[in-house]
Design a protein around this ligand. Structure first.
Ligand code: ADP
Length: 482
């Protein structure tokens, strides 16, 4: 029991297929990014395993869909309760495999669980529709039915919540679900299966297949005719691959892809609130979320004052092992992530940006929380998702100018701005080309609101009453009276 868990059985390293725990001789190591230490070796599921899980899901879904909404709700509710009871252990596992500070990791468990609670409630409210007939002897009803088997591929940055956000509406709707978690963070996913089994989720309805073969798994899920839908969170590049692969079988797709969030501070903003919001939007998860502020635009009148305040706040951050008390930012996930941060930093400084705080690599994959000022709009940091702890400040003069800058991106996931003039707030919110906007707040994620992007940031919405639609089909029934 290396992690000192209250319930050591939550640290499971086998695959969960059709209600059975399967191990294979072939395994891969899961390491702690803060220390480099191997936590455990996990079963490397094969493509045959993926096929078996899909076959089982196809059979199990037919029965699961027959359950009443209330019956499915009861199982989901139980799963939610078990997750909350195990919050400390699940947080510890998540912190160990992903690196975010323990308090943030436990927060993710509560956030992930909240989707299961929410969609347990929604399971009972999948209302169809009746439409007045178009002829005297016609009656029209619209049914909502589950799409069927869902194949999911999820990322490492929220090892619990990115699965919970998908599996909860899927199961609530009466779909079955096969997930391949990121190979860097499979342990949180497998722990969810341990609790799903205890909660009474029927065999085959939820299978978890850790493996090192993401490409092969994606190909199988996309090509397999028994899979009705793919749900994916990750990069736009992989989203494009999945969409192409899914074309032959006309897979339904929910894609939550890359972002490049603008964060705008206008002259009339409350600067202290803007600093607080920027700290959350930029440094939460060490900059490794798809809704992280990537480009911070500050109007010239408040530029100096804002940068001084932000510099003071950033200087207070404490990078370190997420298990340690007082640590605010963990390591980056791996060497590749550090390389990207270093590339963005070198590019910005070469183009004239100055480092106000931080700027250096620490040991391992740790990187100093960094503030860059005088960043030109031509810098890579203002075009690509950095996914790391660099806050680049870009000065602007007018509202017109900054909206053009903010919208000059193929991405459109989240955007943030701070302003108090009511007309400006409305104008900017309407004109920003993103799926989500935080006005005078840096934290927008919640199970009660629709999360998702426009442009190349994706398709579909997760959370809220709308989140259910992604897992339902409409069926129009026309009854001719005799
Ligand atoms: P990131 O690692 O930046 O979150 P990726 O899109 O690379 O974004 O990874 C998201 C998930 O997609 C991970 O689980 C990864 O293993 C998986 N993945 C990577 N390449 C492919 C692929 N060709 N087909 C299917 N899944 C993939």
């Amino acid at each position: 029991n290396t992690l000192n868990l209250n319930d050591p059985t939550l640290l499971e390293s086998r695959a969960y297929i059709n209600g059975e725990w399967r191990s294979r001789d072939s395994r891969f190591a899961v390491t702690n990014p803060a220390t480099g230490a191997v936590i455990t070796q996990v079963t490397d599921s094969t493509i045959a395993d993926v096929q078996e899980a899909i076959d089982a899901a196809y059979v199990a879904q037919k029965d699961w869909a027959e359950w009443t909404g209330k019956e499915r709700a009861a199982v989901l509710r139980k799963w939610f309760d078990l997750m909350i009871e195990a919050q400390d252990d699940l947080g510890t596992i998540l912190c160990a495999e992903m690196g975010k500070p323990l308090a943030e990791a436990k927060g993710e468990i509560a956030y992930g669980a909240s989707f299961i609670e929410w969609f347990a409630e929604e399971a009972k409210r999948v209302y169809g529709d009746t439409i007045p007939g178009h002829q005297r002897d016609k009656r029209i009803v619209v049914l909502k039915q589950p799409v069927g088997v869902v194949g999911a591929i999820t990322p490492w940055n929220f090892p619990n919540a990115m699965i919970a956000r998908k599996v909860a509406p899927a199961l609530a709707a009466g779909c079955s679900f096969v997930v391949r978690p990121a190979e860097l963070t499979p342990l949180s996913a497998i722990a969810m299966a341990v609790l799903a089994e205890r909660a009474g989720v029927p065999a085959g309805v939820f299978s978890v297949l850790p493996n090192s073969n993401s490409r092969g798994t994606g190909e199988e899920m996309c090509a397999n005719p028994k899979v009705a839908k793919i749900t994916f969170t990750g990069s736009t590049r992989v989203g494009q691959i999945l969409m192409r692969q899914g074309a032959d079988t006309i897979k339904k797709m929910s894609l939550e892809l890359g972002g490049n969030a603008p964060f705008i501070v206008f002259d009339d903003a409350d600067l202290d609130a803007a600093v607080e919001g920027a700290m959350i939007a930029k440094f939460r998860n060490n900059g490794q979320t798809c809704v992280c502020a990537n480009r911070i635009y500050v109007q010239s009148g408040v530029y100096e004052a804002f940068s001084e305040k932000l510099a003071a706040a950033i200087a207070k951050l404490t990078p370190g092992n997420g298990m340690d008390e007082g640590v605010t930012t963990g390591p980056l996930i791996n060497e590749g992530a550090v390389a990207k941060v270093e590339e963005h930093l070198a590019d910005a400084t070469a183009k004239g940006a100055r480092v106000l705080v931080g700027g250096k690599r620490l040991g391992g994959t740790f990187f100093e929380p960094t503030l860059l000022t005088d960043v030109p709009t031509s810098a890579l940091v203002s075009k690509e998702e950095t996914f790391g702890p660099i806050a680049p400040l870009i000065k602007f003069e007018t509202e017109e100018e900054v909206i053009a800058l903010a919208n000059d991106s193929e991405f459109g996931l989240a955007g943030y701005f701070y302003a108090n003039d009511l007309s400006r707030v409305w104008r900017v919110a309407e004109r920003m080309e993103t799926g989500m906007i935080g006005v005078n707040t840096g934290l927008i994620s919640t199970e009660v609101a629709p999360f998702g992007g426009v442009k190349q940031s994706g398709l579909g919405r997760e959370g809220s009453k709308y989140g259910m639609d992604d897992y339902l089909e409409l069926k129009y029934v026309c009854l001719g009276l005799s």
